[in-house]
Design a protein around this ligand. Sequence first.
Ligand code: GLU
Length: 410
Amino acid sequence: MKNAFEAAGQYFEEAASVMDLSPNMKKLLLTPERELKVQVAMKLDNGNIATFVGYRIQHNSARGPMKGGLRYHHEVDSDEVLALASLMTWKTAVVDLPYGGAKGGINVRPKDLSTDELERLTRKFVDELHDVIGPDKDIPAPDMGTNAQVMAWFMNQYEKFHGFNPACVTGKPAELYGAEGREEATGRGVGILTQALLRKYQRTAEGATIAIQGFGNVGTFTADYLSRAGAKIIAISDVSGAILNRDGIDVAAALAYAKTNGSLSGFSGGERLSNEGLLALDVDVLIPAALGGVLTEENANDVRAKFIIEAANGPTTPEADMIFRKREIVVLPDILANAGGVTVSYFEWVQNQQYFRWDLERVREELEKTMSRSFDKVWSLAVEKRIHLRTAAYLLGIGRVGRATVLGGI
Ligand code: GLU
């Protein structure tokens, strides 16, 4: 199995060869502009000192300030952050936001820390990082293990150095310069594009059977959106395992249960199933919405879904992708499928800079426009060039970044 960094490189290579990109341009587009690795030392509640490693990798700024999330997870390392930073560069280009790409994170298990410790950790990270961050430089946002509260601490600490600056970070609470609809945005975007893809195959979400792996921010809002659109969510999962109900899971009940109990463990709305079992279910649509690298050459032949929507970043290894192509399983790639989050981050940044607020209706309307327009563009490129959707998305993203680079000059 390839790691995230090699996988992202391989997808890039494939598109680069279709485009006939020169070796020099390839090297330029693959090399990150800046890589920061810092020690984040802090006092724990019990008085002991703990040390964590934090990263921020700024991959490319040809199209604008760099943009991308902050991940707090125990598997964060520089290879993963670089791969995710490059995905942000192509993602912002695919949906045509005036941004480059970056990613950051801390190698930590956030569940092991108290709320106070998490706050101190975040503030300490900002102390190490603030010089390279800013509304016109690099704008972080939530990712796995971080949320609106972490972004609020981030902004507050950043402002201690630089003064009033809400646009230095996105995904903030709606009560503190955040955009309405930012929290739901990634899942909503996944839902909108699931419908768009099904329509291309003369299908609708109504009655479609769906399995969702991951019940965090993205998985929950995806499940909610698609069940309201009439789809049957027959399986969901989180770290505690998976739940199967062939008549359709009561998504509202599952959401309420997970909120009260912290996980789906003990939820009685279906039978228990292993996480691997969920990936192999006979469904119309499979939506990986958790970690990367979950669909591999070991399990790709067991997948029975007709469509895979990559709500997570990098859930499919290149080997698994090849198997899906041979088996004619349609894959909607991450850099398009989950771009709803960064799209509404952009709306938040715009509102912060203009001291103006949009209502939820306007955010949803603009999100739908951006996602649908980008989907249509990738779809027609795939049809025109007879390539898969992933290659088409990379082609569009790399092409836009490449042209900006050439126009701006070195
Ligand atoms: N972490 C999200 C992503 O992977 C959102 C990034 C952002 O809003 O800047 O796309």
